[in-house]
Design a protein around this ligand. Structure first.
Ligand code: ADP
Ligand code: MG
Length: 629
């Protein structure tokens, strides 16, 4: 057996760079500005510890387009490089370390989706340039150097007459990349990747209006001056201490992040941890809608103030991807695939830290001002309920602040609700039944009936509520939820003392037969109940179990099992034997008239449940007009 290394020749690097990074050419600018930033921050450090005689001053980074000469310049006032350093840092990396280089980036071939997430560094310039020059003057007292390379392994290195400290990178933009000579395109990239980098970045000039001099006439134009156009905010809010920030600072920063967003965030959470990992950031709770999907990908991920991605999947728990804001952490490995990311220990810790912070913040908001929290509940409940379903730890913590509003706008915590209902319960050993409605309009008559009997009715109307109820029923002891128009709540709210039933047994049998003749058995299961005489004569309910299964299918999870995709539309029809109308139906002489009355009553019951549609609705309306004319 022979073993050995395949020798990768250096000539192959540039085609590889181009090929692998094809989908993400634009990151070259982020890489070069990152290098310029590093060079400036290194100098800052050296001067602060007295290791450089150079004057640090107020350095900035300039990006300049020379459209006619097809050149793009990135100029910094950082520590610069000597000729020797250019040899070492620029040449050797690429030309002697070809194998390492390829080894380091081989993942890119596997999953082209992750390419943008690792820095290819200086050589990414060759994705867009056919020739690259470096003109650099070190902060040390040595002559400036001029390096040129046209993408082949050959380069030239000579002395330059540059006198100011720092480095200028000149890209001779290739024929297929001329988009990077457009001011608009470069502006777009700068605002995407470099908006919050720590060193001021100048891109062109802008006109500033000055105050009018004293004694100027009304019609005199205000004087103006040309100033550097700085595109970034080097000190974004998340890099500051929470104690140094006011509420308005957070709101202003939100506007900086989402200039097109007019709605104010509801509240924010400042993340700040340096052990066992480094992470800073600010998360915002915006007003949520009930649509879970449209609001993702709004959190931006940074590493040392450099934008990396707005796909934080795997780093932030799924339910929090609906939030907005920024997370900045140098500890998130980005040159790996997403599946690896989810298994990574550090990333897991970050994710659970964020979950905990969010839960703590919600709890403190609730404790500090419950009234305000209740006001915001409707706009945030979807995130909280989703979190309770998907993260066990969050579920436990949420007990302290998750709210259960009634149809009348009273907000209970679970504990308060439980105690309230328990106090009213007659047989303390029975399972506690919590009544709820999902739509106050559609279920109006049922809600009124339940309230008349003195029951609390919750309003639970988010799309995932059936999942949440299921979860509460399995987690909390001896309780169950029942929707006001569900089937087994007959016992609770509708039934009157059967001993005063107005119909005799014989009459009941007759009624039952009559109803079964007219009402299709495959659609309605008919039940006779002796209820209050002024309750509706016909009431349609849907079995709680069946309705919940259907809802869960629609919102995912629990779906698909037992082939329930084809569950029939099955309803209960409760007929109130004590109602006057039902007595009338029974006593009507002709069969034809009886049928008419039954159909009319059934249609009214269906109408009140929103079940009457199309042709049936048209017929119903026609029939009704005929009756009253
Ligand atoms: P990395 O930034 O990960 O070290 P790069 O390929 O981006 O890798 O850069 C290689 C090296 O070249 C840097 O570490 C730095 O020493 C040097 N370098 C690149 N750009 C500059 C610059 N603008 N000023 C000074 N040194 C630079
Ligand atoms: Mg770099």
């Amino acid at each position: 057996m022979t073993k050995g290394n395949i020798n990768v020749s250096v000539e192959n690097i540039f085609p590889l760079i181009k090929k692998f990074l094809y989908s993400d050419h634009e990151i070259f600018l982020r890489e070069l500005i990152s290098n310029a930033t590093d060079a400036t921050l290194k100098l800052k450090h050296l001067t602060s510890i007295g290791d450089s005689k150079s004057e640090y001053g107020n350095p900035q980074i300039e990006v300049k387009i020379d459209k006619d000469a097809k050149k793009l310049h990135i100029i910094d006032q950082g520590l610069g490089m000597t000729a020797e350093e250019v040899e070492k840092y620029i040449n050797q990396v690429a030309f002697s370390g070809a194998e390492e280089f390829l080894d380091k980036y081989k993942d890119a071939a596997k999953d082209s989706g992750i390419i943008g997430h690792f820095g290819l560094g200086f050589y990414s310039a060759f994705m867009v340039a056919e020739k690259v020059e470096i003109i650099t003057k070190s902060h040390k007292d040595e002559p400036a150097a001029h390096w040129t390379c046209d993408g082949s392994p050959e380069f030239t290195l000579e002395e330059s007459d540059k006198t100011e400290r720092g480095t200028e990178i000149i890209l001779h933009i290739a024929e297929d990349s001329t988009e990077f000579l457009e001011e608009g395109r470069i502006g777009e990239l700068l605002s995407k990747y470099n908006k919050f980098m720590p060193i001021p970045i100048k891109f062109g000039m802008k006109t500033e209006t000055l105050p009018k001099p004293e004694g100027a006439k009304e019609e005199d134009p205000a004087p103006t001056q040309e100033i550097d156009n700085i595109i970034n905010n080097p000190n974004p809010a998340w890099t500051k201490q929470p104690t140094d920030l006011e509420e308005d600072d957070y709101k202003n920063f939100y506007r900086e992040l989402y200039p097109m967003q007019f709605e104010e965030p509801l509240f924010n959470i400042h993340l700040n941890v340096d052990y066992p990992f480094n992470l800073t950031g600010i998360l915002y709770f915006p007003k949520m809608t009930n649509d879970l999907n449209i609001q993702k990908d709004r959190i931006q991920l940074y590493q040392n103030q450099v934008f990396v991605t707005d796909n934080v999947e795997g780093i932030v728990p799924e339910f929090l991807t609906m939030l907005r804001g920024v997370i900045d952490s140098p500890d998130i490995p980005l040159n790996v695939s997403r599946s690896y990311l989810q298994a990574d220990g550090a990333v897991k810790k970050i994710s659970s830290y964020i979950t905990r912070k969010v839960a703590d913040k919600l709890k403190s908001l609730f404790n500090a001002n419950r009234e305000d929290f209740e006001k915001k509940w409707d706009d945030i409940k979807i995130v909280i309920e989703y979190g309770m379903l998907s993260e066990e730890k969050f579920f436990d913590k949420a007990d302290a602040f998750a709210l259960y509003p009634t149809v009348d706008g009273t907000y209970y915590t679970y504990e308060e609700l439980y105690n309230k209902i328990k106090a009213k319960q007659t047989n303390k050993d029975d399972k506690l039944v919590i009544l709820y409605a999902s739509d106050t309009d559609a279920q109006h008559s049922y809600i009124e009936a339940a309230k008349a009997k003195g029951y609390e009715v919750l309003l639970l109307d988010s799309p995932i509520v059936s999942h949440l109820i299921q979860k509460l029923e399995t987690t909390k002891e001896n309780i169950s939820f029942a929707r006001v128009d569900g089937d087994h709540i007959d016992n609770l709210i509708k039934k009157e003392d059967t001993s005063i039933s107005k119909l005799s047994e014989e009459e009941k049998t007759k009624l039952d037969e009559l109803l079964k003749e007219v009402i299709p058995a495959e659609k309605f299961s008919v039940q006779l109940e002796a209820m209050d005489s002024d309750a509706s004569p016909f009431i349609i309910t849907q079995p709680e179990f069946m309705r919940r299964m259907k809802e869960m299918q629609q919102t995912g999870g629990g779906g698909g099992m037992f082939g329930m995709g084809n569950m029939p539309e099955m309803y209960n029809l409760v007929v109130n034997t004590n109602s006057e109308l039902v007595g009338d139906i029974l006593n009507t002489k002709t069969k034809k008239k009886q049928e008419r009355l039954i159909n009319q009553s059934l249609d009214l019951a269906r109408l009140s449940q929103g079940l009457l549609k199309g042709e049936e609705l048209t017929n119903f309306i026609k029939r009704s007009y005929d009756m009253i004319k």
